[in-house]
Every structure is written in C-alpha cells, then in structure tokens.
Design a protein around this ligand. Structure first.
Ligand SMILES: [Zn+2]
Length: 82
C-alpha cells in the first residue's frame, strides 16, 4: 500500500541511488532488477520517467539535477559547477 513507512523508505533509498548515477546506467540496473524481480516493464518505464521528470524540474529550479543535499555535499565537483 502506498504511504506505508517501509515503502516510503525504500522509495527514498531508491531515489538516492538514482541521484548519484548516470540515468542510462540506472535504466540498465532497473531493467536487470526488473527481470530478476519479474516486474512488468511498463512499471519500470514509469519509474524511469518519473525520475527523469524529477531531474528536469530540479534543473529548471536550481540548475542542477541532483538533490540540494547531494549538490551541496559535492560542492565544486558537482556536475552543475563544470
Ligand atoms: Zn549541483
């Protein structure tokens, strides 16, 4: 069920994983995981698309696709400072 604490934790952890990886790599990982877990591809596509949209919104808002926390942590090495 949506909104359960454990589901939220998994979702957040997953989002953090996505943030620090290049999106193509992540799609590969998700496809492998999907095959492993027997998830339907439309669901995987939905997750990938949501991630891409989230990143696009961040770029619009702050000029950086990473979360504010990760951006600050990366400092001058962040992808947005190059
Ligand atoms: Zn940044």
């Amino acid at each position: 069920m949506l909104g359960q604490p454990s589901f939220q934790a998994v979702k957040e952890e997953f989002a953090e994983l996505l943030e620090d990886k290049n999106l193509e790599e992540v799609v590969d990982v998700i496809h492998s995981l999907g095959r492993f877990a027997n998830l339907p591809l439309p669901l995987l596509y939905f997750v990938c698309r949501k991630t891409a949209l989230k990143h696009a919104k961040r770029v619009q808002k702050r000029g950086c696709p990473r979360s504010e926390r990760n951006c600050n942590a990366a400092g001058e090495t962040c992808c947005c400072r190059k």
